[in-house]
Design a protein around this ligand. Structure first.
Ligand code: NAI
Length: 509
């Protein structure tokens, strides 16, 4: 039984699709009477049957008791006209994502419900302020953005439009908690928090592919094993499907007036046009056989009979750890100021490409290999090496075999400004810092929204602290030099906080 009286005794839901039925389920579970309405004949009863089946399953698994399920069923009402929502305290809209249709719906609803009723939209990409424009009571209108599947994705963004009364947002947040969800407060900006913060992962990974640095499967492996993402960006795009994710990328990019950080990729545009949208189509970045991704095997570790001595650049990131690792792997380490003519020369730049480093440090590019040391070796399940266009294949093979000696997987990628993890992590953190800079939400809510809404292993600010804010800044500064692209321009927030830590939750930030 619900522990306390719900904030809203009677909740109307318009639109009984995937989202509407999920919201209806958790609102009824919180103790509200729920009135479900949809214009499509049969949609509401179909939704009710689906929710009842969910509850029956939860009862059979012992997760809900029988009385509780019966009470919930009694609270879920299907309505065949919108007029029956007149006594609702809150009406949540989850209909088609079109501004004109949503505006017309809310105008109609204002004529049906009482003056105190709160109206909320589940829009994920439209402006809450724009939907509220023209309403008689915009103070009682807010965004209430849930994620799919609603009962499992336990975060909801509460969005204040320019005219929304903050008491309304506070009530919606309290009701979210009663439904077992964690509310986060967001300003009305494109993508709100989650869809905005999520721009870094896929877009930067696509950019890496577009440069020919590594293939989809290698990038997925690197980001899973080095950073701890549950799904690589291409696995994730296959699951979400490009007919959903590509339009989101385009919409946020255009809504921010072509801000280069959010620039989408021609790769997804082309694949979408071809219908290669992901798992549901059987063909995406991966091919699916009976719903199972066919993952290309990893290149084998090369057989190397004679291992060259190894020299490490004095400017290598985490040089002490790198030398310790080489010792553990049984390498013959050179300690002279310059490498001998036989030596494999190792560099470990942050944000710079291996070619530039070998030229600047006056190393022989044919023997120079880079290793990504952004992540402490002890904390990563994979090592990533990068060649430059002049690297000899015997040197590449020697480095690959050496770093695979203890059985840890090794990926060898082509040269680029920044390694895969450096680029993706720095981009995610930079976008997150910009969200803080724009005060779209508090740093604390940002971390909550990203971990619950995107399933990242840790929040982007904590990620920045884990890998070192100054390291992240170095990656971005150097990538900006390599690419001359404003998308890598560090956010002022990141520049300021770089020295003191990103996830400090000081009030003034
Ligand atoms: P859906 O297509 O599964 O369901 C929409 C339902 O609304 C349909 O049953 C349709 O008959 C009904 N409908 C359409 N126009 C209507 C009207 N004027 N009056 C009453 N009912 C109407 O869509 P889904 O996935 O449930 O999404 C609904 C809304 O939620 C969209 O605005 C979407 O942006 C938002 N949203 C969707 C998410 C998702 O992952 N699917 C995530 C977060 C938000």
């Amino acid at each position: 039984m619900p522990r306390m009286k719900p904030v809203y005794a009677i909740v109307g839901i318009v639109g009984a699709g995937a989202m509407g039925r999920g919201i209806a389920q958790i609102a009824a579970q919180a103790g509200s009477i729920v009135k479900l309405f949809d214009t499509q004949p049969g949609a509401v009863s179909k939704a009710r049957d689906a929710i009842f089946t969910q509850w029956d399953k939860l009862r059979d698994k012992g997760r809900m008791d029988a009385m509780q399920v019966e009470a919930q069923k009694g609270r879920l009402l299907v309505e065949d006209s919108m007029g029956q929502l007149s006594d609702c305290n809150l009406v949540i809209e989850a209909i088609v994502e079109r501004l004109d249709v949503k505006k017309a719906l809310f105008t109609e609803l204002e004529g049906i419900v009482g003056a105190a009723t709160v109206l909320a939209t589940n829009t994920s990409s439209l402006s809450v302020t724009a939907i509220a424009a023209g309403l008689k009571r915009p103070r009682q209108f807010a965004g209430y953005h849930f994620f799919n599947p609603v009962p499992l994705m336990k975060v909801v963004e509460v969005i204040a439009g320019l005219k929304t009364d903050h008491a309304v947002c506070a009530d919606l947040a309290a009701f979210a908690r009663q439904m077992g969800h964690t509310p986060v407060q967001a300003q009305d900006t494109p993508g709100f928090i989650v869809n905005h913060a999520g721009r870094g992962y896929g877009t930067e990974a696509l950019r890496i592919v577009s440069e020919g640095v590594a293939d989809f499967a290698t990038i997925d492996r690197i980001l899973r094993d080095q950073i701890g993402f549950k799904l690589g960006p291409f696995e994730l795009m296959d699951l979400t499907a490009l007919d959903v994710s590509h339009p989101v990328m385009e919409s946020i990019y255009h809504q921010y007036y072509e801000e280069p950080r959010y620039r989408p990729s021609v790769i997804t545009a082309q694949r979408l046009a071809a219908g290669i949208v992901g798992k549901k189509a059987g063909e995406g970045f991966y091919h699916y056989a009976n719903g199972v991704a066919q993952i290309p095997p990893e290149p084998a570790v090369p057989q190397v009979d004679e291992m060259p001595p190894v020299w490490v650049s004095p400017r290598a990131a985490r040089r002490v750890e790198l030398l310790r690792l080489l010792k553990t792997l049984g390498a013959s380490i050179e300690t002279a100021p310059a490498p001998s003519p036989a030596a494999l020369t190792l560099v470990a730049p942050l944000g710079f490409d291996i070619t530039t480093v070998s030229v600047v440090e006056r190393l022989d590019p044919a023997r120079t290999i880079g290793i990504d040391m952004l992540v402490d070796d002890a904390a990563t399940k994979r090592r990533v090496l990068a060649t430059n266009p002049a690297t000899r294949s015997d040197m590449r093979d020697a480095a690959h075999a050496l770093f695979a000696r203890d059985g840890k997987p090794v990926s060898v990628i082509r040269d680029s400004g920044g390694f895969v993890s450096q680029r993706v992590v720095a981009t995610i953190i930079n976008i997150a810092a910009d969200i803080c800079q724009q005060r779209i939400c508090s740093p604390k809510d940002l971390e909550t929204a990203v971990t619950l809404g995107l399933g990242y292993p840790i929040g982007p600010l904590a990620m920045g602290d884990r890998y070192g804010p100054t390291n992240v800044l170095e990656v971005l500064f150097n990538m900006q030099t390599v690419y001359g692209d404003p998308r890598y321009r560090p956010s002022p927030w990141l520049r300021r906080r770089g020295a003191i830590g990103l996830s400090l939750l000081h009030e003034e930030e």
